[in-house]
Design a protein around this ligand. Sequence first.
Ligand code: NAD
Length: 365
Amino acid sequence: MGTILVTGGAGFIGSAVVRHIINNTSDTVVNVDKLTYAGNLESLTSVAKSERYHFEQVDICRQAEISALLNKYQPTAIMHLAAESHVDRSIDGPGEFIQTNIVGTYSLLEAARSYWVDLPEGEQNNFRFHHISTDEVYGDLEGTEDLFTEETPYAPSSPYSASKASSDHLVRAWGRTFGLPIIITNCSNNYGPFHFPEKLVPHVILNALAGKPLPVYGDGSQIRDWLYVEDHARALYRVINKAKIGETFNIGGHNEKKNIEVVETICSLLEELAPNKPKGIKNYRDLITFVTDRPGHDLRYAIDATKIHKELNWKPSETFESGLKKTVLWYLDNQNWWKSILSGEYKLDRIGSESHTKETVVGSK
Ligand code: NAD
């Protein structure tokens, strides 16, 4: 029984991690989130009343405030998910990515280090700083057979992936230089419930339901490896409890799909699950439109998840087909969640809020 401080717990993957911990373990969670456009407390209503759940609206860049939280809650581990995460936004404006993903990770590491050095010896040995990262740090794969392993050299292509690569390097350096007990995981594309509408899978579902075009980058041949978000949350919890200090694990679903296949599969699922189409639409597939490719767009990502399977006995429980069907059903059954995002209502309680939904092209993470 411990206390886990989760950064970015109001985001897509962070909220799945928080729900997983509260629903399946006896640990306490402190969710530290700035609530940017991507943070949504409505993703946590099912666990918000738990006595083991605490929320603190704090920016990870504010080191003194983070230090105060560490002293207040005395966590046994930090799971660091807070980040700017959308590749297209990093191309439009890289500044926030540098600030949160690099400077924010540095501030968090420094706060964690000064908290950790003052812990009694036994607690120091048990403490973990788990940095959650992406397979995009490896750049892209040229062949159709190659896979990213934990030894693949870093070669990030976008401001997003470069900022995540930088944060991975900082975390490793704090482990090696200062002895902070760190673990890093690099995961493939996630999909599932509570995914912000700008990202590929929800964007396609919601545009199709509204009878809007489904813009696909280039010819849609970019390949991504898809993992159901609840499988990822389960993997992360296993890593934080079982992995040796200093280790890196790649996490993936062994589900390589071309972007166009993802879009077509969603269209087929919608034909079955939402047959009453908007006026004038004969087939959801007719909404697919190809647009100019994103600059620097990586062609193929694919994860070799052998290490986490062998060493920690984790493998995904959903196939792409079963996970995608669950996801489409979730968006059909939870319209209030995404409608309040599309209308901007979900942000009304924030300081300086503005509507942040952004037109997205399919091919984005
Ligand atoms: P997200 O954009 O949905 O959520 C990010 C969360 O971080 C939001 O709740 C936001 O409010 C919060 N946040 C942003 N800046 C902050 C700051 N300065 N201080 C405190 N909180 C802040 O992201 P996600 O998709 O849930 O991704 C979570 C992590 O997992 C990220 O580090 C991302 O790089 C990594 N990752 C994501 C994927 C994916 O497919 N989504 C895959 C692999 C790795």
